[in-house]
Unconditional design. Sequence first.
Length: 490
Amino acid sequence: MELGGRGKGGDNAAMSGAPAMYSPGSMRAEKRAVAGNSVVAAVAITVLKLIVGVTTGSLGILSEAAHSALDLVAAVVTLMSVRVADKPADAEHQYGHGKVENFSAFIETGLLLLTCIWIVYEAVERLFFRRVNIEPSLAAFVVMGISMVVDFWRSRALGRIAAKYDSQALEADALHFSTDIWSSGVVILGLGLVMMGRTYGIGWLRDADPIAALVVAGVVVYVSSRLARRTIDALLDAAPVEVRGNIIDAVSNVDGLLEVDRVRIRRAGNKYFADLSVGLSRNVTFQRSEQVADAVADAVHSVLPDADVVVHSVPRAVRTENIFDRVRAVATRHNFNVHDVSVQDLKGKLHVEQHLELDERLSLKEAHDRVTVLETEIRQDVPEISSILTHIESEPATIERGDEIGRDAELEKRLKAIATGFPDVLDVHDVRIKRVRGRLYVSCHCTLSDDLALSRVHDISTELEIRFKLEAPELFRVLIHPEPITDNRR
């Protein structure tokens, strides 16, 4: 059986996805707005850095301009990705379009690494092979200062929305711009050292600018490596750290569960999907297995609050099964309803008798063939059984019309007189008689002691039924409802 719950989720309290209080419309609007603002800011900063970098000849500023240019490309990719990622699932993309965000972050990582390659190459050239005169200016410091302020603003805005909706693409942008603040600061420091070298005649400080560029490249490489690892994990469906173990621990506490056979987790954008296979006793009913599956899904949601959960239940044999459980398990496999199963040990050989309900519309041949299959499989699964006898009963498929006769004082008196011959029977009441298809049906309530064993109750009910039919042969069916003395009028 498979049961599913749908939603957005994260791998812990900080990865819980978009809470239910946010509508999809408002989520899309906020994500697109902050991504769009990031694009506008990236355009302005890139242009300013490029102009100042060219006029001053500073590799640090030019490296920052190149970095910002690729950030602009990344911001555009991010804007496009959040537009696509928020589309609902369809027939071709049944897990939604969330992977677009992960792919967007992967592209950003590649662009950042390309930037680093150029920066490192140019820095090495200027340090060892080619001298470039740097002309620091007030405009350079102003532009880099403005860049730091803008990067701080947009990294905070992107980070807030990324955390709110668990968006990896927006988180990548926020991470980029937060590191841009530090790299811009390093460039300002490099320019300041160059100016200091000129002012005080310190020749080796002229190399401060390419060294600052190398520091910028190092920062970018560090950030890119972290982002690359996360995006590749998402694209390869790597399970979030420790989450699988937390889910197994939570699910293992579900009552009625025999084992946790498989747990698989994948992420698409800000959505998490959990696929579990759990073992249940093979004798549990379909309704009970559904209840257990719901409890398993709730346990998963305690770790991934809004995850889309699919639970597959697998029937398992329990070590504590007795021979009755094993017989019923075979019947359950065929969706057969067996009852009154009894086992007798006849000179060391086990003989089984059982009642089997089959659709009353079947012919005797069809019913007997099904019984033959059932008995054969029971012998195969329970080889210690020597022989089986199955009583075939018709399982009603139609609602029968009947007439309630009401009370028959004379018959009721006769039946109650029979009951007085049973010491365990305290009283017989609520005797009713019905006529169905020309046959008489009688039902009654029988009061017994509270602590009487159920097996004894069954024996008394069976004996009473036999005695009632002997006393009144016109009765076709007798139904006796046993009640404890503390609750005998329900």
